[in-house]
Write a protein that binds this ligand. Structure first.
Ligand code: G4P
Length: 288
């Protein structure tokens, strides 16, 4: 899904999340483990405020396991609890409720001290489009329970979903917008499929990603496309375009006159990246 974010949308989305915050105990901030920073809304702290929050690095199955661990440490260094999960298969999902209990420990203890039986923690899942909000809701619910038509501006009755455990979810997730203004963020989001590639030049996205892959995942790149002559580094876009051309030639992505069709070659690379053919890859490192 593509969303065109205009200031009006943002204000409405922010207001809708703020309304829902009144109903809940804890926010699950869903990020894409491959791009935890780029998939993060820059205003999330302001929107969520002091409400207890658990960061979930979703699609961890596609991301580099070592990088997942580094990102989790990075978030913890800011006092934010984070967990790597795969909402599709459910890996890591069973650890969520323990983390929620830890986050809400004082509240639960207060309830017990008053002789009350702690009720299930009420949860709102927030995140940018395509990060896996509905998949996670359905996985936690054990059935197809996420509300559809969950775009900002679509107001409808919301339902609580019992997870069978000690969580209760709002069926309508909160949709945050990514920060499109930064071109690098746009490249990363297009590469992971969070925004439609047509929004950007696909060959430009591929060249950007190639420079990262050549530096961080060189072996995978060389092996997948048989690039024995890959230079030690790709200092600029022109150098990356040379490698993209080589990939296109090897994969038979040709236009008329025997020239390489760069868009086709970019499509091959980005498809391979998204489907894990290049291995588990993370596209950004935490800045420490
Ligand atoms: P949203 O509600 O946040 O918009 O996201 P949604 O759950 O619809 O998930 C978007 C896509 O991401 C889905 O793929 C879904 O299967 C995939 N996905 C969600 N969680 C995970 C995960 O942990 N690992 C992996 N590998 N994939 C995950 P899709 O239906 O094929 O959509 P698309 O990829 O064609 O956009």
């Amino acid at each position: 899904m593509t969303i065109q974010w205009f200031p009006g949308h943002m204000t409405r989305a922010k207001r809708q999340i703020e309304e829902k915050l009144k109903l809940i105990d804890v926010v699950f901030e869903l990020l894409d483990a491959r791009v935890p920073q780029a998939s993060r809304n820059p205003m999330v702290d302001e929107i969520v405020g002091a409400k207890p929050r658990l960061i979930l690095l979703n699609k961890a199955d596609l991301a580099d396991a070592q990088a997942n661990a580094k990102w989790i440490d990075w978030f913890r260094s800011f006092g934010r609890e984070a967990l790597a999960i795969d909402a599709n298969t459910g890996t890591g999902v069973k650890d969520i409720s323990g983390r929620v209990r830890a986050l809400l420990k004082e509240k639960i203890e207060r309830q017990i001290a008053k002789g009350m039986k702690p009720r299930p923690a009420r949860v709102l899942i927030v995140g940018i489009p395509n990060v896996g909000k509905s998949t996670l809701i359905n996985k936690l619910a054990g059935r197809a329970a996420a509300a559809t038509g969950d775009r900002p501006g679509v107001t409808k009755g919301q339902q609580w979903i019992r997870t069978g455990g000690d969580l209760e979810l709002l069926d309508t997730p909160g949709i945050l917008w990514p920060k499109f203004e930064d071109p690098e963020v746009g490249f990363k989001l297009a590469a992971t499929g969070a925004i439609k590639e047509e929004v950007l030049q696909i060959d430009e996205v591929a060249c950007y990603i190639l420079r990262w892959l050549a530096a961080e995942y060189r072996e995978a790149l060389v092996e997948r496309y048989n690039l024995a002559d890959l230079p030690p580094e790709l200092p600029d876009i022109a150098a990356a375009a040379g490698v993209l051309e080589e990939i296109g030639r090897r994969r038979g992505c040709l236009a008329g006159g025997g020239h390489v069709d760069y868009a086709k070659a970019a499509g091959v690379l980005l498809r391979d990246l998204r489907t894990g053919k290049l291995g588990r890859i993370t596209l950004e490192a935490p800045v420490i």
